[in-house]
Design a protein around this ligand. Structure first.
Ligand SMILES: [Mg+2]
Length: 237
């Protein structure tokens, strides 16, 4: 079989699989638990603390912590703990342990795969070599990949600390392929699309719900699709 010289490099989180709903569900559980704890301790007599306020506070704390913790599982647990302590400075030890557990439990769960993923990958594999480049805490990414039953469809899977233009340039050099023969598919303009375009690769943006730190305007001329399925038509025209 002839070696395929065109590549599609996928992002993983919120592209091949949906992790956002795991984080959202943990956040909902945290807010409910925290509100109940604050109410039962009699610390919300004026009723100022609501689920919405707790959610907003957790989001804000998580973004602050990102500056020091980056994409780490420790950051998410810390954001729950700090949010609880902000509203309830003398929270019992058990409550702190429980909210940390709610966050950590997210990383034990398997994310849902994108709809129709197996067919999408099989169709693309007819014309392209497939790869994954994913950024994030190493053990979390490796665990998600180890549990991913379609991982053998990819010729290369890389876990990196951060996706930069240099990461994509190195990938092309190592595989002896011109940058313009590579497509990058991902949900984050900041981590997938921008560095890919800067390195001379082509990119398709997936409009998945993702974290606010990933948000920035889409570069001109980049296609943006609502579901992964739509990339097949774009790449196999
Ligand atoms: Mg992503």
């Amino acid at each position: 079989m002839a070696r395929k010289t065109k590549w599609v490099i996928f992002d993983a989180d919120n592209t091949l699989w949906d992790v956002e709903s795991l984080y959202n569900s943990a956040r909902n559980s945290f807010c409910k638990y925290a509100l109940e704890a604050i109410n039962s301790a009699g610390e919300n007599k004026a009723g100022h603390v609501t689920l919405e306020l707790l959610e907003k506070a957790q989001h804000q704390r998580d973004i602050q912590l990102y500056k020091t913790y980056g994409y780490s599982s420790a950051r998410f647990a810390r954001s729950f703990e700090d949010t609880l302590l902000f509203f309830m400075p003398y929270a019992a030890q058990d409550a702190i342990i429980h909210v940390r557990y709610l966050a950590q439990n997210t990383f034990d769960q398997r994310p849902h795969l994108a709809d129709n993923l197996e067919t999408i990958l099989s169709q693309l594999a007819e014309a392209y070599s497939l790869a994954i480049i994913t950024a994030g805490e190493k053990w979390v990414q490796e665990k998600r990949i180890a549990e991913f039953h379609l991982r053998d469809k990819f010729k290369e899977i890389l876990v990196v600390e951060r996706k930069t233009a240099q990461v994509f340039r190195n990938f092309c050099v190592e595989h002896g392929i011109p940058a313009e023969c590579c497509w990058v598919v991902g949900d984050s303009v900041r981590s997938d699309i921008r560095p890919a375009i800067d390195a001379g690769l082509k990119a398709i943006h997936i409009q998945a719900t993702n974290w606010a730190v990933e948000h920035e305007p889409l570069p001109l001329g980049v296609e943006s699709v609502t579901v992964l399925n739509e990339i097949v038509e774009l790449l196999l025209d």
